[in-house]
Design a protein around this ligand. Structure first.
Ligand SMILES: Nc1ncnc2c1ncn2[C@@H]1O[C@H](COP(=O)(O)OP(=O)(O)O)[C@@H](O)[C@H]1O
Length: 185
């Protein structure tokens, strides 16, 4: 599939705002990949497609996760939105016919992170946070904080941000993000 065809297909799956964000993640991921010596091609596809399941309802995410054999832990059962990464990776494989394991893994881990993340995974995780179309004061602060930081430190700061945000909201925090953070200290 060409990139144009992928974008056309994506348009049927996510909102215009989400597509703009995905294009931003694609561009930021490519820049980070060339800075950190990671395949820019893989970063491009993973960045573009990372949120392809973001438009799914809670019910559909749970249904697809079951269908694809994805483990639904107790936190994801309560917050099915957290499944859009692993479900998205499976959709990329099935609907977009991309079988590259690095691309699929980066998409799968982009929201919760993992202590096992490789550099491509970290780049997509970070690009999702700092791409220029996300506009709010907290993200401006985060962008300034991570600028020029080594990749691991930037990802750790992004994890801290998610943890702090969910704590402020008095919301559940997925342990995988805490484990990711701790693994980087
Ligand atoms: N580590 C986490 N633990 C618990 N909830 C989380 C975590 N990360 C994100 N969330 C929540 O899951 C939802 C989707 O997150 P995310 O994909 O990061 O959203 P967006 O891309 O729209 O900012 C949000 O409500 C967010 O607060």
């Amino acid at each position: 599939m060409t990139e144009e065809e992928i974008i056309r297909k994506l348009k049927d799956m996510i909102s215009t705002k989400r597509l703009k964000h995905s294009l931003g993640v694609r561009n930021t991921a490519v820049k980070l990949a060339s800075r950190y010596n990671v395949s820019t091609k893989k970063a491009r596809w993973a960045g573009l497609l990372h949120d392809c399941a973001k438009g799914f309802s809670k019910k559909l995410l749970l249904q697809k996760a079951k269908e694809f054999g994805i483990v639904i832990d107790s936190v994801c059962q309560k917050i099915p939105a957290l499944l859009h990464g692993p479900v998205g990776a499976q959709l990329v494989k099935r609907r977009f016919k991309i079988s590259d394991q690095d691309i699929l893994q980066a998409i799968s881990l982009h929201t919760l992170g993992s202590p096992q993340m490789n550099d491509l995974d970290k780049i997509i995780f970070l690009a999702d946070y700092i791409e220029p179309n996300r506009d709010c004061k907290a993200i401006d602060k985060l962008r300034a904080k991570v600028k020029g930081q080594p990749l691991n430190e930037a990802v750790r700061i992004a994890c801290d941000n998610t943890i702090r945000y969910n704590l402020e909201q008095e919301a559940i925090i997925h342990p995988q993000t805490i484990e990711t953070r701790n693994s980087l200290l």
